[in-house]
Ligand binder design. Structure first.
Ligand SMILES: [Zn+2]
Length: 125
């Protein structure tokens, strides 16, 4: 099994509804996101998937969130914009573009700061 990953950063504000503590107040993060794509087969060039392809998938989702207040944007107007829910959202958005058996999004990790992250990943891996 091969894995390739692309990382990307974006900035956004959020507030965690129902959280008792500082994070219920409006604040911002410089989020880092890592998308890992996995598969068994390489193409004739020797690539699992072009990094540029993954990068453009991340951009199409992250650019909608960049420099926004996440709580105002679907689905985070209903779902709390925690790192966990952000990871799941990116996973579900990006995996729609990798629905072949041979190539899957394996995991998405979202860092809120350099030492705190949450991952959403395929159950069977
Ligand atoms: Zn926060």
């Amino acid at each position: 099994m091969f894995e390739v990953a692309v990382e990307h950063e974006f900035a956004a504000g959020h507030a965690l509804r129902g959280y008792k503590g500082k994070c219920e107040n409006v604040h911002g993060h410089n989020y880092k996101i890592q998308v890992v794509v996995a598969g068994e087969e390489l193409d004739s060039v020797g690539l699992l998937v072009d990094f540029k392809n993954i990068r453009s998938q991340i951009h199409s989702t992250a650019d909608r969130l960049d420099h926004q207040f996440l709580n105002d944007l679907p689905p985070f107007d209903r779902v709390n914009p925690s790192a966990e829910n952000l990871a799941k959202y990116f996973f579900e958005e990006i995996q729609q573009n990798y629905d072949e058996e041979s190539l899957k999004v394996k995991s998405v990790t979202v860092w809120e700061s350099s030492g705190t992250w949450a991952t959403y990943h395929l159950g069977e891996l």
